[in-house]
Design a binder for this molecule. Structure first.
Ligand code: ASP
Ligand code: MG
Length: 424
């Protein structure tokens, strides 16, 4: 069996959903599981809705109306028959959130976030399944929360693998034998049956979980790019498509921020040696990229850029050395503040990390570090990671830059730098 994943960009409007149906038509009418994200930028809207609700802001109703109107507009384009059950089905899904929004926000923001934001996936999948059925492709809609079991670390829930595998293997094969199965990415449920989410862009990861538990033959992620490129076209004029890459390289690239696939996606499918194809939903006949257990390294150097970096340098106040005890204290402070380190370097008397700028988090982090250490930081930086670097590739990215930090391992080089024109 195969698993397909369609992200928000692929189903951003009615024609996106029609396009999905034309792609699916070319595949066997069963043993295909389709994992779908919320439509377009709906997750961002629902986040906005959640924050407004948590703050008790008036805009709650306006934002919610906008979300509903968007979906009903898509539905009325796809389903001419106003009696099609999809109209009621989606309306009822929204009513559940309406009930919640009418009450005062008494739970934690993270919990409320998951209950609200998850409706994006619930409605998008209902629309997709109903549309496939309308076009004659027999489709079963199923609720991913019955299968993906997690802890209650809301907004970044951890999968409970044993239970998840059990539930997937118990129920899904009989559905898959009958037709195409459509389910949600990104969402799961806790042991108390509350909705949880796996972190932004987590639908890829959901698809990988289903794949691994079903021992799928392959996973295909349909994207708006032709495959995995050696750099984001946003930063580089000339990019190259990589035809085949190893799980290992894919993990490294996504870990360092290549946002073509969610970083957690690769491990589960690598463990089962399931190939992952990244293909274009715009050019669905093209081959795309295959991520497999090939041993060959990338044919070209790959570049990953992150902007808005802060370089934090930490020094023991008493001029002692940076030793294990200091490091473990620094890491516990980073962990407590949920700050992810993009790169790090230590010397005898200092330890430096580069992190994404988040003003609120940064303020707290610096305060906590300053209790024990002397701290300096520098904002407005860029981090570039080069996989399979050489001097030529380093020179290429550091033109007109001041290099603040450079970290090299055998295959990967990371450079934290500042645009010379910005230097004071
Ligand atoms: N809809 C969620 C998000 O936008 C999950 C996903 O798209 O993968 O983050
Ligand atoms: Mg999305």
């Amino acid at each position: 069996m195969q698993v397909f994943k369609f992200g928000g960009a692929s189903v951003k409007d009615a024609s996106g959903i029609k396009n999905l149906a034309t792609i699916v038509k070319d595949y066997p009418a069963n043993n295909l599981l389709i994992v779908v994200s919320a439509m377009g930028k709906i997750t961002n809207k629902l986040e906005e809705l959640t924050w407004a609700y948590v703050k008790g802001d008036e805009s709650v109703h306006e934002i919610f109306d906008e979300v509903k109107a968007f979906h009903f507009d898509v539905i009325s384009t796809l389903f001419e028959d106003a009696k099609n059950p999809i109209y009621d089905d989606v309306a009822n899904t929204f009513v559940e959130i309406e009930w919640l929004l009418e009450e005062e926000a008494n739970d934690t923001a993270a919990y409320l976030y998951d209950q609200i934001v998850s409706i994006g996936e619930l409605v998008s999948t209902k629309i997709v399944a109903a549309y496939l059925n309308l076009t004659g492709i027999f489709t079963i809609w199923t609720d991913a929360r019955n299968y993906i079991h997690t802890d209650n670390n809301y907004r970044e829930a951890n999968v409970i693998w044993e239970k998840t595998e059990q539930e997937i293997q118990k129920h899904l094969p009989s559905f898959l034998a009958q037709g195409i199965v459509v389910t949600q990415g990104f969402i799961g449920s806790t042991s108390e049956n509350f909705t949880s989410t796996l972190g932004r862009d987590g639908s890829d990861y959901s698809a990988a979980i289903f794949c691994a538990c079903l021992n799928a033959d392959s996973l295909t992620i349909w994207k708006d790019v032709p495959g995995v490129l050696n750099a984001d076209p946003k930063w580089f004029d000339e990019t190259e498509k990589i035809e085949e890459l190893s799980y290992h390289d894919a993990i490294e690239l996504t870990y360092y921020g290549a946002n073509v696939i969610h970083p957690k996606t690769i491990k589960p499918i690598q463990n089962k040696a399931i190939p992952l194809y990244v293909r274009s939903f715009i050019e669905p006949k093209e081959i795309g990229t295959a991520i497999t257990n090939t041993q060959s390294p990338l044919p070209v150097a790959s570049f990953i850029f992150k902007v808005n970096q802060v370089l934090i340098s930490i020094f023991p106040k008493d001029f002692s050395f940076i030793i294990e005890e200091n490091l473990s204290h620094i890491f516990s402070i980073l962990h407590k503040n949920k700050v992810k380190v993009n790169t790090m370097l230590n010397s005898a008397i200092s330890f430096s990390v580069s992190v994404d700028l988040d003003e609120e988090k940064l303020k707290q982090l610096i305060e906590d570090l300053a209790e024990t250490f002397k701290v300096k930081y520098n904002k407005g930086l860029e981090l570039v990671t080069i996989r399979y670097y050489n001097q030529q590739t380093i020179d290429r990215v550091t033109v007109n830059k001041d290099v603040l930090l450079e970290v090299k391992s055998r295959h990967t080089c990371q450079i934290v730098m500042k645009d010379k024109s910005l230097a004071q």
